[in-house]
Design a protein around this ligand. Structure first.
Ligand SMILES: [Zn+2]
Length: 224
């Protein structure tokens, strides 16, 4: 399936955006370096990124140089924190037009459950027929990956950034992150809007942000 066919398939399923969540500190690195970076590329270039315990595993199953996206806003769907961080990058699927053929894939399961001997067919949807049967918008285990992304992924197709408001009493980490991101966006991606996610009380994130020690909010919102 080529990129145009994939984009049409997604459009027909009402998948119009691709979502990538990260910490504030790693997001700052993205802005300062012209785009989203795979874990491997950031590491090779000696750039700061928040440590992730999956890095070693990601190397074994060859996703360390891949950029990960979801087909939905997981925070909103799950009504809870996105594990990867409070900053969400929202890209238009027009991004697909700009990618080399065959560089974007959709995983059949979360690579955390992969092992090194698996075949491409076991890991990814490789045809439109397979996608028609198995793809479900909003399935948290089916990730979009841009394979072997060795350069920053440009902000050309980035439509907006959404930042969680943790709703905690001590607002200084949130405010610092918000101001810092605003400055970076003005400087490096001036057409992109920055939204603050104001969650209703029933969203689990509010409870989580409040119940964790202050170190948790600090870690997710610190700017470096
Ligand atoms: Zn929330």
């Amino acid at each position: 399936m080529n990129n145009a066919q994939l984009k049409k398939f997604l459009r027909d399923r009402n998948v119009l955006y691709l979502y990538h969540a990260n910490t504030v500190a790693t997001s700052c690195t993205f802005f300062e370096n012209g785009g989203l970076l795979s874990r491997g590329t950031a590491e090779d270039r000696g750039l700061f990124q928040t440590p992730q315990e999956t890095d070693e595993r990601d190397k074994q199953v060859d996703v360390f140089y891949d950029l990960f996206f979801d087909s939905i806003d997981i925070h909103r769907r799950k009504r809870n924190l996105n594990h990867y961080g409070p900053v969400m990058f929202v890209y238009s699927i027009d991004l697909i037009d700009s990618l080399p053929e065959d560089s974007i894939r959709i995983t059949k399961d979360n690579p955390i459950r992969w092992h090194s001997g698996m075949t491409e067919e076991e890991k990814y949807f490789l045809s439109e027929d397979e996608l028609k049967i198995g793809f479900a918008k909003g399935d948290f285990t089916q990730h979009f990956t841009i394979r072997h992304q060795m350069e920053p992924l440009s902000f050309k197709y980035l439509r907006k950034i959404v930042l969680d408001d943790p709703g905690v009493e001590d607002t200084r980490y949130f405010e610092n992150a918000h101001q810092h991101l605003q400055k970076l966006i003005e400087q490096y991606a001036p057409t992109v809007s920055l939204e603050v996610r104001q969650c209703p009380p029933e969203c689990g994130c509010q409870e989580q942000y409040r119940s964790h020690r202050i170190g948790y909010v600090y870690h997710r919102f610190k700017t470096k």
